[in-house]
Design a protein around this ligand. Structure first.
Ligand code: CMC
Length: 391
C-alpha cells in the first residue's frame, strides 16, 4: 500500500461526493439541493424540505400528499415499544432513550434491514418518518410524567409533533400558530448539514449494510455529545449558570479564553463556518420574534445577547473566527415553547432525521464501499509473550 497520512478529526479529508447540501464556511452560505436556507426557512414547510432532501426535488401537490399519507400510515408502534420505554428510569437522558427506541424498532420492522430494492428503501424511510415523532413525543411525555398518547391523522406533520408533545389530558388541543411556525423553521434549519459527526456516523454504519434504523440510532448517539448536538442543552445550562452567578458575562468570557480552564463558550465556533453561521442569524431573529409574540421576557436572552456582543468584539474570538452557531439561540426558543432542557438535543434529532435519511439513501444508491479508514501504527514492535508469572 501507499503512504497513509493521518488527518485527526478529518479536518481536511472528504469522505464522499454528495449532491444534498452545499456549505461555504468562509462565506456563511448553506443550501439544501441548491435552495438557500434563508428562502427555505421563510417559505417552505418542514415536510416539503424532508421530501426535497431525500428525493432531490421539491414535491408537487400530489407527491407531497402521497408522501404525507404514507408517513401517516406508519404512525403507530407495536405496544411492546411502549413497554421498552416504560422500563427506562424516569431520569434517563432522553437522547439515550431515543437512540435505544430507534434501534429497538428494527426488531418490530425487520424489513428495514434487508434493503434490496428502491421500494424497500422507500418503505423503511416512511416507516421511520412516521414513527420517530411518536418516539420523540413519548420520550418527552415520559419525562413530564404524562400518559403516552398516539398522534392525530387529521393534523399535518409538524402539528402532529406538537400534539404528541403537548397534548394535555382532558384539554382541547389547539395549534398555537406562533409555536408551529417557529418549530417548522427550527426543524428546517436543522434538517441537514453535510458530513458532520452524526451524519458521517450514519453513512459509515450504513455502509456495512446494517439497517436504516440501526444506522440512525448510531447517528443519534453521535449527536448527543456536547461538542455536537448536545451543545444546545449545554448552552442553556451555561446561560443559567451565568445568571445564577450574578450575570457576569465578562467572567465567563475570561474562562473561555483561559487555556488552563476546560470551559468553552458553548454555542460558539464551528469546524466549517469561519463566518457567521447563517442558521444562527435566522434563529436569533426567530428567538426575538417568538418571545415577543408570546409575550415572554427571558433574562437568559439578554445574557446570550451580551455574550455574543462581547465575543464578536473580542480579539480571541475574532482571531479564531468563532461565531455563534446554530445551537446558541435555539434553546431559548425551545424553552419558550415549554420544552425541557434535556429534550433540546432530541429536537435537534427530530430536525436532522431527514438529513440522515437522505445521506444514507444517497450512500446506498451510489453503492459506496464499506467505510474503513486506515491508521498509522505507533505501538510496540513485535514482542515475545511472557506467562503471567514471568511478568
Ligand atoms: N470557546 C472557546 N474557545 C474555542 C471555542 C469555544 N466555543 N471553540 C473553539 N475554540 C478555540 C479552541 O480552543 C482553539 O483555540 P487554539 O487555536 O488557541 O487552540 C480554536 O478555537 C480552534 O478550535 P478547535 O477546537 O480546534 O476547532 P474544531 O473545529 O476542532 O471544533 C467545535 C469545533 C464546534 C467543536 C468547537 O468550536 C467547540 O467546541 N464549540 C463549542 C461547542 C459547540 O457549540 N458545538 C456545536 C457545534 S455547531 C452544530 C452542532 O454540531 O451541533
Amino acid at each position: 500500500g501507499g503512504v497513509i497520512t493521518v488527518d485527526p478529526g478529518y479536518k481536511n479529508t472528504g469522505s464522499c461526493e454528495s449532491a444534498i447540501t452545499f456549505l461555504d464556511g468562509e462565506k456563511g452560505v448553506l443550501r439544501y439541493r441548491g435552495y438557500s436556507i434563508e428562502e427555505l426557512a421563510e417559505k417552505a414547510d418542514f415536510l416539503e424540505v424532508v421530501y426535497l432532501l431525500i428525493f432531490g426535488e421539491l414535491p408537487t401537490v400530489s407527491q407531497l400528499e402521497k408522501f404525507e399519507n404514507d408517513i401517516k400510515e406508519n404512525s403507530l408502534v407495536d405496544d411492546d415499544v411502549r413497554k421498552i420505554l416504560e422500563a427506562f428510569p424516569k431520569n434517563a437522558h432522553p437522547m439515550g432513550v431515543l437512540s435505544s427506541l430507534t434501534s429497538a424498532l428494527t426488531a418490530f420492522n425487520p424489513i428495514s434491514v434487508n434493503i434490496e430494492s428502491q421500494e424497500d428503501m422507500y418503505n423503511a424511510i416512511v416507516t421511520i418518518l412516521g414513527k420517530f415523532p411518536l418516539l420523540v413525543g413519548w420520550t418527552m411525555r415520559k419525562k413530564k410524567g404524562l400518559h403516552l398518547n398516539y398522534g392525530k391523522k387529521s393534523l399535518g406533520y409538524v402539528e402532529n409533533i406538537m400534539y404528541l408533545m403537548f397534548k394535555q389530558p382532558n384539554e382541547e388541543f389547539e395549534v398555537n400558530p406562533i409555536i408551529k411556525d417557529a418549530l417548522d423553521k427550527l426543524l428546517i434549519l436543522h434538517a441537514d448539514h453535510e458530513q458532520n459527526c452524526s451524519t458521517s456516523t450514519v453513512r459509515i454504519v450504513g455502509s456495512s449494510h446494517a439497517g436504516l434504523f440501526a444506522s440512525l440510532s448510531a447517528g443519534i448517539s453521535a449527536l448527543w455529545g456536547p461538542l455536537h448536538g448536545g451543545a444546545n442543552q449545554a448552552v442553556l445550562e451555561m446561560l443559567e449558570a451565568i445568571k445564577a452567578d450574578g450575570g457576569d458575562t465578562k467572567k465567563y468570557m475570561a474562562k473561555a479564553k483561559d487555556k488552563s480552564d476546560p470551559f468553552r463558550l458553548m454555542g460558539f465556533g464551528h469546524r466549517v463556518y469561519k463566518n457567521f453561521d447563517p442558521r444562527a442569524r435566522i434563529i436569533k431573529k426567530a428567538a426575538d420574534e417568538v418571545l415577543g409574540d408570546l409575550g415572554i421576557s427571558d433574562p437568559i436572552l439578554d445574557i446570550a445577547r451580551g455574550l455574543e456582543k462581547e465575543a464578536l468584539e473580542d480579539p480571541y474570538f475574532v482571531d479564531r473566527k468563532l461565531y455563534p452557531n446554530v445551537d446558541f439561540y435555539s434553546g431559548i426558543i425551545y424553552r419558550a415553547m415549554d420544552i425541557p432542557v434535556e429534550m433540546f438535543t432530541v429536537m435537534f434529532a427530530l430536525g436532522r432525521l431527514p438529513g440522515w435519511i437522505a445521506q444514507w439513501r444517497e450512500m446506498r444508491l451510489r453503492k459506496e464501499p464499506i467505510g474503513r479508514p486506515r491508521q498509522v501504527y505507533i505501538g510496540e514492535n513485535q514482542r515475545a509473550f511472557k506467562t503471567i508469572n514471568e511478568r
